[in-house]
Design a protein around this ligand. Structure first.
Ligand SMILES: [Zn+2]
Length: 290
């Protein structure tokens, strides 16, 4: 074995996805002595301004939003004990079809190879054993999620560095349960659909734009990796609370910590690259590596 710490690298589109998507594994593996590297690709400037003000509405200053979200991201990283935060600093592309998709410097408008090379440089530096990002649909069709997926896979190929690569996913069974509980709580919650992708003119050249998107999440038997993070549920909740400027997060926070842990106590992944031969299904992203 090489004399360096086991390393997890999570590649996310914007501030807050590190908490919702991978807050549990980031906290858990940090506690186990793994070095945790978070790469956040954009500044999140298309997020909400305080008070739920949306881009383009009076009172939404993209620069101020980016600054606030950076502060929130740093707070979340402290909670999750992320050891290294790397910001690629691209502009937030907004939702599919927004004019921000093609704004100069927007992540969606950057050639994949160009951003992938910057990420590959970080992989050469950190030598991650495990890399985690979104699936090819960016979980629900968000352009910057899709782009984060693309640059990650494009950086993995030539470097060949990570022994294991995972895409985040959600089991359909849990999503149904989640919808039921939210309905019970009287929340107007639906599985996020992909309406925003209609009429897309994204310059990133998504082949799927305007076509039927694949459904969100996976049938349980297609999930390769189930990581128990219940012990770190409170951390994850607290990390998400650091991103309270974003209205979707308030929504999760309204669940209360106990309910949140019940629903979010397991993080699920699909293993898409592996050189360890660890048998599936597995319960540990580092199975076969220690
Ligand atoms: Zn996101």
């Amino acid at each position: 074995m090489v004399d360096r710490p086991l390393t997890l690298m999570a590649v996310h589109a914007h501030p807050d996805d590190e908490a919702t998507g991978t807050g549990g594994v980031l906290a858990r593996y940090a506690a186990e002595g793994v070095r945790t590297v978070l790469v956040t690709c954009t500044d999140g400037a298309c997020g909400d301004a305080p008070g739920g003000v949306k881009p383009g509405e009076p009172g939404h200053d993209p620069e101020a939003v980016a600054a606030l979200r950076r502060t929130e991201l740093e707070a979340s990283c402290r909670v999750l004990k992320v050891s290294d935060l790397e910001l690629l600093g691209y502009g937030d592309s907004g939702m599919m079809g927004w004019p921000q998709n093609s704004a100069p410097g927007s992540f969606w408008s950057i050639p994949v190879a160009e951003a992938a090379e910057r990420l590959a440089e970080l992989m050469r530096y950190y030598q991650p054993d495990v890399v985690v990002t979104y699936d090819e649909n960016g979980f629900y069709g968000h352009p910057d999620h899709i782009q984060a997926h693309r640059i990650t896979m494009a950086a993995v190929e030539p470097t060949g560095i990570p022994a294991k690569v995972y895409w985040t996913t959600a089991p359909r069974s849990a999503m149904a349960e989640f919808g039921r509980i939210m309905a019970e709580l009287g929340a107007d919650w639906e599985i996020p659909d992909t309406d925003a992708s209609e009429g897309s003119e994204g310059s990133g050249g998504s082949e799927s734009s305007g076509l039927a998107e694949p459904p969100i999440g996976l049938p349980d038997d297609e999930i390769s990796t189930w990581v128990d993070v219940a012990q770190f549920g409170e951390r994850k909740f607290e990390a998400l609370a650091a991103h309270a400027s974003q209205s979707e997060n308030i929504f999760f926070l309204n669940l209360g910590v106990e309910r949140f842990i019940q629903l979010m106590g397991t993080e699920t992944f699909v293993r898409v690259r592996d050189s360890t031969g660890a048998p599936l299904p597995e319960k540990d992203l580092f199975a076969g590596l220690r």
